[in-house]
Design a protein around this ligand. Structure first.
Ligand code: ARG
Length: 268
């Protein structure tokens, strides 16, 4: 299975639309994007409250609260820009079965990066929630803040723990090292280096996977989590020489911020 982007953005869009129609959610849509591969591979359980902004979206993707009522996710996880009440966001609930913690809030509006449909890159979208969850938002990289592109990142999600595996109830986390564009491009000819960032071990073994899409790749900077990437795609999961590919937030954080109002809603 090659990376889904080799299928072209159009075919992914068709698959997303199909599965939404059949299932009423895009959980199945996650599979075509990264291939029928293996939630986080090689991870460990995250503690309740460790990543308060971490969000599970009901279509089968991850996301992160980045403003009072806004969740940042991947464009390939959603359909089009517009009013939409069909998603449920579960926030700050490390184990999805533990309904005594965290919050579950419905969506009101979706904004999908307009650049995604034309390029297949710029894989980001915003989901507006009906009310503000009681968590502090995750800080995203600033436009041009490429200094964050180094070292070790933390990735997380409820996705498959091996290629083709099921989604998990327990939030998994893992650490993955930065991979330079030049090295990553040797694995992914379709890499868009200006807007995508790679992370993983040459030997594989640790990676995000199907169902983790849309979730954040974060870096701890002096005790503060900063979001550097968004889980986007990969060839299988955790395969040697195939790092995970993440949307590179610093390349479009101004565009994200331009869509968020002072009160933390999506600007229509
Ligand atoms: N596209 C996948 C999803 O929809 C995520 C793939 C990430 N793959 C990887 N090898 N890092 O959940």
């Amino acid at each position: 299975m090659k990376a889904a982007r080799r299928w072209g953005a159009a075919s992914v869009g068709v698959l997303v639309a199909l599965s939404v129609g059949l299932l009423g959610q895009t959980q199945a849509a996650a599979a075509p994007v990264g291939g029928p591969s293996p939630s986080v591979v090689g991870g460990t359980n995250a503690a309740q409250g460790e990543f308060p902004w971490m969000t599970r979206l009901s279509m089968g993707c991850g996301g992160a609260v980045i403003a009072q009522r806004v969740v940042l996710t991947a464009a390939h996880c959603v359909r089009r820009t517009g009013s939409y009440t069909g998603y449920t966001a579960t926030i700050n609930r490390a184990n999805l079965t533990n309904t005594s913690v965290g919050q579950s809030i419905g969506s009101t509006y979706v904004y999908r990066s307009p650049q995604y449909s034309s390029t297949g890159t710029y894989d980001w979208a915003l989901v507006e929630l009906a009310s503000a969850p009681s968590v502090a938002p995750l800080s995203i990289a600033n436009q041009g803040e490429t200094s964050l592109n180094s070292g070790t990142f933390t990735v997380m999600g409820w996705g498959a723990t091996y290629e083709g595996g099921p989604q998990t109830n327990a939030l998994k986390k893992a650490s993955v090292p930065f991979v330079s564009d030049s090295v990553c491009a040797q694995s992914y000819r379709e890499l868009a280096p200006a807007t995508e960032i790679c992370a993983g071990y040459t030997s594989g073994g640790v990676d995000t996977c199907q169902g983790d899409s849309g979730g954040p790749m974060v870096k701890n900077v002096n005790g503060v989590w900063r979001s550097v990437g968004i889980v986007s795609y990969g060839n299988g999961c955790a395969r040697p020489n195939y790092p995970g590919v993440y949307s590179e937030i610093q390349a479009f954080s101004n565009a994200i911020r331009a869509k968020i109002s002072a009160s933390g809603t999506i600007i229509r």
